[in-house]
Design a protein around this ligand. Structure first.
Ligand code: PLP
Length: 338
């Protein structure tokens, strides 16, 4: 048995061991039963396609404990659908919804003691993983696969409150090809951004922002998060074949419309960065990371948005969090209460 965190609010966004994970194996053309495991390791063939040919898909979602003590999972059906979209994209068998739901409910129930209490800012991060485990030496999809879900309690992304970050606009590396795999949530896209991400970090930036690979004219997304800009009453976010469909971004767009804002999802030229009053990155881990400045070194341009998060970003963040925690009415049906 592992230890339950004593100071929830001091957790960071890092792997924290829990008691159990759940697994399901695909063999002979079909998925088996959902199994419980207390091991943090996977025994795998040395020639598994996940290790050689990138058949590796992951997802990320969160569960929150509300004021009423109950656990709420945020938009899991969207994560399930996106995982299967990624699966179709790299020839991995889809996981039926019933198996995904059974695995999800079981892994949370078994690790219920690790769901952080209400009011700590912490939550339970849920990580589904879907990989090719069958052995291949020639390039081909595997014939055996493994679906795992593990969880980890994580602290508030910004322990001291919302913090604005400096971002580097990367021009010398493409994270994803225009018609490549950028729209799938797979490890390969992350591999492609590790060097430029580390380089940006070493130069003092907290994040890298990538452009479309073909014309280098339009904003694509940040390494692990979508991008948005706000101008007056309009929420603008890039539409591109090579970015991941962030569920946080989808939710923010719905909330923005609900607040009476106009939402535009379209190509966003780099020059438009100078017209926004607020910009941010969005994803499950932080919800919104407000951006202080974007540095386009090669073009000798710096776009500045102020040291404090903008009013619209703060409102969107608060509204989304209130739904996740059960503090606000779930008018879009996003939350599954356990
Ligand atoms: C996971 C991810 C996001 C954020 O998606 P959410 O569903 O909002 O968590 C954005 N971009 C990339 C590349 C990602 O992998």
């Amino acid at each position: 048995m592992k230890t339950i965190p004593e100071e929830w609010s001091r957790l960071s966004f890092a792997y924290y061991p829990t008691d159990y994970n759940v697994r399901c194996y695909y063999r002979d053309g079909k998925w088996g039963a959902v199994e419980t495991s207390s091991s943090e390791h996977i025994v795998m063939h040395i020639s598994a396609t996940a290790l050689h040919y990138g058949q590796e898909i992951f997802e990320g979602l969160k569960a929150f404990r509300g004021k009423d003590g109950r656990v709420r999972i945020f938009r899991w059906k969207e994560n399930h659908e996106r995982m299967n979209f990624s699966a179709r994209g790299i020839l991995v068998p889809e996981v039926p919804e019933a198996i995904f739901e059974e695995a999800l409910r079981r892994v949370i129930e078994l690790n219920a003691d690790y769901v952080p209490p209400y009011g700590t800012g912490a939550s339970l991060y849920i990580r589904p993983l879907l990989i090719g485990t069958g052995a291949r030496l020639g390039v081909a999809p595997a014939d055996e696969f493994l679906f795992v879900i593990f969880v980890s309690p994580v602290g508030p992304y910004f322990p001291t409150g919302f913090k604005c970050v400096d971002v580097k606009l990367v021009r010398d590396v493409d994270r994803a090809a225009t018609l490549g795999t950028g729209r799938y949530k797979i490890g390969g896209n992350y591999a492609a951004s590790l060097v430029s991400g580390a380089q940006a970090y070493s130069e003092g930036f907290k994040m890298a922002l990538y452009l479309d690979a073909k014309e280098k004219k339009y904003i694509d997304e940040c390494g692990p998060a979508n991008f948005f800009g706000i101008r007056e009453n309009t929420y603008v976010t890039p539409d591109s074949e090579s970015i991941l469909r962030s569920i946080t971004n989808m939710s923010l767009r719905a909330l923005a419309e609900d607040m009476g804002m106009t939402v535009e999802r379209r190509k966003v030229p780099v020059e438009e960065l100078s017209t926004f009053s607020e910009t941010g990155a969005c994803g499950t881990a932080a919800v919104i990371t407000p951006i202080k400045s974007i540095h386009d070194k090669e073009m000798n341009a710096i776009y500045r948005y102020g040291d404090e998060p903008g009013e619209k970003s703060v409102t969107l963040y608060r509204r989304l969090q209130a739904v996740q925690l059960g503090d606000a009415e779930d008018k879009f049906g996003w939350v599954t209460v356990l």
